[in-house]
Design a protein around this ligand. Structure first.
Ligand code: FES
Ligand code: FE2
Length: 420
């Protein structure tokens, strides 16, 4: 559990909050390049850390991330004309470039210098590997982008999507790093039959109470969950959590890897940017189909929205017959199963009412790391990973070993989690 005060501290990310200030030290991945694919294409509303912003790509291909509201009379620039290197408000024609400079005020006298006094808030933006990133912190403290492995694979080796979850970012991350729920939430009633092909699926059923070994490091923490399987062998599954909101979940050996970025849109909504990638080959048509339809890793959204098709409003399409006969939940799709649990606790779960057990070790640790890091920043200590992108050169891993070693006693396992 957390005290009510600590819960507010952990979950509040708006301007001026300690956690919001901490988050603003990091580059934030917030949308896909494809959403603003062409110069002068329609702008896209972006909600980020409680701020209403607008992203647009100008005639030269540069991306602007600016205040959504026109500084003249505060109407939305979403309706603006994206033309000739700027976004022009359709109310009185004022125009702004990607840096937020006011370049035209045609409703004012032609000799007016008014535009020189007006500025639209804008944030630095970078585009890398199909994702658009923003930096919302102090200029002088801007570091580099994190060096994540998926950024280095060829374009046809990866797939990216984004969607919204209707809860606070911390809650969404907790659902992700909670290795214990896999044995239940995502299970089938007949595990032997269904999971014969996927070896690890059977392991989750074989040992439903994993033993945790969580190791802290400069980038965040490695969450080792150990299950005893196969007559006494150790199945180790190491997920990674990286400051301030990255998760890497261990894939089934030989399968694609997934990295999710749980970016606060505001305190009640999480903007999830999800990358799935392979190191060994381009993604196949079958994989793309599975990801696009929400059968694995990614959520299928309602057309033209960021809202998953299975959502709170339709009870995630729960099928009680399926729940009786085949699936533990009766909800189709791992993403929908996860969202159903994390959203059902309310947008911000009251952590003062929880009863945490040993299976919650990783979650307890993550909360503490985030709160401590934000408190350190309040005391003047800057977060190292915001400045050092090379700390992000890690990956998740799973392995079955003979012997009784902890994962971090084995140099071969530690090496497998490093991106060279
Ligand atoms: S409100 Fe935008 S130009 Fe007047
Ligand atoms: Fe899950």
């Amino acid at each position: 559990m957390l005290s009510v005060e600590d819960n507010e501290y952990l979950t509040g990310t708006g301007p001026g909050t300690p956690m919001g200030t901490f988050m603003r030290r990091f580059w934030m991945p917030f949308m896909l390049s494809d959403e603003i694919a062409e110069p002068d294409c329609p702008p896209v509303r972006v909600r980020l850390l409680g701020e209403d912003l607008l992203a647009f790509r100008d005639s030269k291909g540069r991306i602007g991330l600016v205040d959504e509201y026109c500084p003249h009379r505060r109407v939305s620039l979403f309706f603006g004309r994206n033309e000739a290197c700027g976004i022009r408000c359709v109310y009185h024609g004022w125009k702004f470039d990607v840096d937020g400079n006011c370049v035209d005020t045609p409703s004012e006298p032609s000799d007016s210098k008014f535009k020189d006094k007006v500025k639209l808030k804008s944030y630095p933006v970078r585009e890398k590997a199909g994702i658009v990133w923003a930096y919302m912190g102090p200029q002088a403290l801007m570091g580099g982008l994190p060096e994540l492995e998926w950024m280095e694979v060829p374009e046809d080796h990866r797939y990216q999507s984004r969607w919204y979850q209707e809860c606070n970012y911390a809650q969404a991350v907790e659902g992700e790093i909670d290795s214990a729920h896999v044995s239940f939430l995502h299970s089938k009633l007949d595990n032997d039959a269904v999971n014969k092909a996927a070896l690890t699926g059977a392991f989750f059923a074989e040992d439903t109470a994993p033993k945790w070994k969580v190791t802290e490091s400069d980038f965040g923490m490695t969450l080792g969950a150990r299950r005893v399987v196969d007559g006494g062998r150790y199945y180790w599954r190491m997920n990674q959590w990286l400051y301030p909101f990255y998760t890497m979940i261990a894939p089934v050996p030989g399968e694609s890897r997934t990295v999710r970025m749980w970016v606060p849109a505001d305190d009640h909504h999480c903007n999830i940017v999800c990358i799935t990638y392979r190191n060994d080959r381009p993604v196949s048509e079958q994989e793309l189909h599975n990801w696009r339809t929400g059968a694995a890793a990614h959520a299928a959204v309602l057309p033209g929205t960021l809202t998953p098709a299975a959502n709170m409003g339709n009870d995630y399409n729960i099928d009680r017959d399926l729940q009786r006969t085949a699936s533990f939940t009766g909800i189709k799709g791992i993403r929908a199963q996860d969202a159903a649990m994390t959203e059902s606790a309310g947008a911000i779960v009251d952590r003062s009412l929880e009863h945490l057990g040993t299976s919650d070790t990783a979650i307890i640790k993550m909360r503490r790391l985030l709160i401590d890091a934000a408190k350190k920043l309040e005391n003047g200590e800057e977060p190292a990973p915001a400045q050092n992108g090379s700390l992000y050169r890690v990956r998740s891993h799973s392995v079955v070993i003979d012997g009784q070693d902890d994962f971090d006693d084995r140099p071969d396992i530690l090496a497998a989690m490093q991106v060279i």
